[in-house]
Design a binder for this molecule. Sequence first.
Ligand SMILES: [Fe+2]
Length: 454
Amino acid sequence: MGVWVLLVGILLHGVALCNGGITSSFVRKTGMSVDMPLDSDVFRVPPGYNAPQQVHITQGDHEGRGVLVSWVTMDEPGSNTVLYGTSKDKLEFRAEGIVTSYKYYNYTSGFIHHCTLKKLEYDTTYYYEVGIGNTTRQFWFRTPPKVGPDVPYTFGLIGDLGQTFDSNSTLTHYESNPIKGQTVLYVGDLSYADNYPFHNNIRWDTWGRFVERSVAYQPWIWTAGNHELDFGPEFGERVPFKPFTHRYHVPYRASGSTSQLWYSVKRASAYIIVLSSYSAYGKYTPQYQWLEQELPKVNRSETPWLIVLVHSPWYNSYNYHYMEGETMRVMYESWFVQYKVDLVFAGHVHAYERSERVSNIAYNIVNGKCSPVDDTSAPVYITVGDGGNIEGLANNMTEPQPAYSAFREASFGHAVLDIKNRTHAYYAWHRNQDGFSAVADSVWFFNRYWQPDN
Ligand SMILES: [Fe+2]
């Protein structure tokens, strides 16, 4: 009898293994992630009266010839000018920006400057300077190569970063990765200021100073997450996304969008579409109409790699935020299959997961076809909400691992997507506990348009 029970047990175990992918057995320290204290060196205010701080750049146009420079001055508005040029010693060009500020409960922001540098040369290093008088600060960035189908380019992927000691480890690992990311695709949830009483916006300022060491030198492409909502009607803050939309401008008009929260950019050989999980996306809504018109515009002979960023994942097998992305998936997934989206990156779940190429678009309420199936036209869905924020790891998974889940692990980390040409891209996920060059999950992706069979 005992032997039979054992045999049945082994068989069932085998079935479970065949059904899903890999659940990593990596053993990590458990414990809460705590925010770095306000006097941490990573939050240090740059010296000098009214010195520009929280300097950050993002793409400033649709093609990659623009850079949007943003920074904050605390004492007075100061200058809206950016001086820039291709030589460190000769900043021969200048651009004028705008300044804004906002109040949030009992917090008043500094002076937030935004200035777009336009019509830059491709594949060129520029030096730029912000500030005025004795307190100027100089940084640099490199523009992407001209858009083209076989242009190699390397993206970093970070999500749900926050500002804990683990967040700092994630950023350091990204910076120290021997595969050098040239632009970060950021999948939402930035500062986690809303975990403080009255969403203490000082934690938006500290976050801006913390990430400056990367984002002042390379663009981060911003996606809005739920922690950007900052909706606090109980203390009079009724306008969603107020701090985020004041601080993190994006070139949404360049892609015909009517909102900062969804837009697209081309960069090298990639076409990146950013969506908002927390804005209306049902039929007839502005986001729906924009996406419906956007997808047919993507020319895969120009930008073979079609990438979507969204905060709430559509394929997630953790017990955290389970099925929260479901309604958006129902609205848009058939388009993603029709237009052969290569990759969908999400955050929100504080862990890592990579899906198989699956779709779940056959269901029509009465036909019973409600399970994901293998689909070579479907994207791979990747969750990288593992930046290390104050809320800690999502380490509780649905069991057994569903067939759509190829690999999952509850560790903090980041990923890189290293596009080689129109057909091949190397992708790797790195966990913070490892050395900088160690890879915890990797895969070669084949482009859905140019190499549709794996
Ligand atoms: Fe989130």
